[in-house]
Ligand binder design. Structure first.
Ligand SMILES: Cc1cc2nc3c(=O)[nH]c(=O)nc-3n(C[C@H](O)[C@H](O)[C@H](O)COP(=O)(O)O)c2cc1C
Length: 396
């Protein structure tokens, strides 16, 4: 990131040091409509807040004089893919609204950091564009929709574009109630008032990229990436959601996809077991970043029970509320094999495109490595429950 821009955005001589610094800068980098979309949650946003608060209830154990070298080994293997750090970029729809470089810039930043992007089926760059524009094989996320032919063709395209593994997101039988978005006119079609257009125009860097590159439609469903298809493709996807999904739909997807398949949006141990029973390679403990059903538990709270129920029969990932390296460590201690981040990389993207995402990943990597060293532990795969103090609010 250009030093001058950091200077201006922080209004001082500081560069962003943390994910929260990026959040503050991101708030100023995009119009209110985009901010409501990226940062908001469902209903009263209680689960969104809990996703953060719950991490604070766990305390790390610190050992000293261990005679061990610095904690620098952050490598894990997820879905048969060795990653240099235990963080994937979560699938986020319409990422080109945050910054025109969208999913492509994010995928490039991920692979430079030795990890992968999970490409949302609601992405603003197509599967083929990601395949052609990156060096590594990234991952794909699919909603189990009403239209099997469309799902089948997307999976074929994903395979041909080199997508290695699949997330199936099961917590969106219908859209969550995101009032903050609605108040800002983030509807289909969007409600554009003179004030909102002015708000966009006073973010000239964002506005320029938005107008010039037009990353505004669901690229996997559009003939043309520009304005003409934006509303139509979003409407099309919304119409494909199915409230009457069943485990047989997941079995069908399992048959279609030969790579590793993770079921995302699991909060209940019985559902996790069911997912593994029908052939999933793992689950993603997630409440969709507090964007779907409000008042469900924080994902970190749901994690221990799910990890115990899965009992090593599959991998367990977690997302929701990760903002610090110590959050990643706590998740791994409680049974996660790796985590995903959503908003943190979007904050980086909003501030400085691909470079901003790279910097967010660098910050988290540095924080994890430093915390491991301070705890007296060498590699992330050595983390387990014994590295957390008993949490009085949650049964062990
Ligand atoms: C703007 C935005 C769009 C999202 N779109 C999708 C999506 O298309 N598919 C999906 O499975 N999850 C989607 N999610 C949820 C994320 O994959 C992830 O579960 C969540 O962001 C994790 O919480 P965090 O933002 O606190 O890291 C989205 C999240 C955000 C913030």
């Amino acid at each position: 990131m250009a030093k001058t821009m950091r200077f201006q955005l922080t209004g001082g001589n500081k560069r962003p040091l943390s994910v929260d610094d990026y959040r503050r800068l991101a708030r100023r980098s995009v119009p209110n409509m985009v901010w409501a979309y990226v940062d908001g949650g469902a209903d009263d946003m209680a689960t969104l807040a809990e996703n953060r608060a719950a991490f604070g209830r766990w305390k790390l154990r610190q050992r000293v004089l261990t005679g061990l070298p610095a904690g620098e080994d952050l490598g894990v293997e997820i879905g048969g893919v060795p990653l240099d750090l235990p963080i994937l970029l979560a699938p986020t729809g319409m990422t080109g609204l945050t910054h025109w470089q969208g999913e492509l810039g994010s995928a490039r930043a991920a692979e430079q950091a030795g990890t992968r992007l999970v490409l949302s089926s609601a992405s603003t760059y197509s599967l083929e564009e990601i395949g052609a524009g990156t060096a590594e094989d990234h991952w794909f996320q699919l909603y189990p929709w009403r239209d099997k032919e469309l799902m089948g063709s997307l999976l074929t395209r994903a395979r041909n574009a080199g997508m290695q593994n699949l997330f199936v997101t099961v917590d969106v039988p219908t859209h969550g109630n995101r009032e903050r978005e609605q108040r800002q006119g983030v509807t289909t079609p969007p409600v554009l008032t003179p004030l909102r257009v002015l708000d966009a125009a006073v973010h000239p860097k964002w506005w320029y990229g938005f107008l010039k590159y037009q990353r505004v439609s669901l690229a996997n469903m559009a003939e043309d990436k520009g304005w003409s298809q934006a509303v139509a493709t979003v409407r099309k996807q919304s119409g494909l959601l199915r409230p009457d999904l069943g485990w047989s739909d997941l079995e069908w997807l399992r048959d279609q996809w030969k790579g590793a398949m993770y079921v995302k949006g699991i909060l209940d141990p019985d559902d996790a077991v069911h997912a593994i029973d029908v052939g999933a390679d793992g689950v993603v403990v997630s409440n969709h970043g507090g964007r779907q059903l409000d008042s469900v538990p924080a994902s970190i709270e749901a994690l221990p029970g799910i990890a115990a129920a899965v009992d090593g029969r599959g991998q367990v990932l977690l997302d929701g509320g990760i903002r610090r390296g110590t959050d990643v460590i706590k998740a791994l201690c409680l049974g996660a094999d790796a985590v995903c981040i959503g908003r943190p990389f979007l904050y980086g993207l909003a501030v400085d495109g691909e470079d901003g995402v790279s910097d967010v990943l660098r910050i988290l990597r540095t924080e994890i490595a430093r915390a491991l060293t301070l705890m007296g532990i060498r590699k992330v795969t050595d983390l387990d429950r014994s590295w957390l103090l008993p949490n009085e609010e949650i049964a062990p």
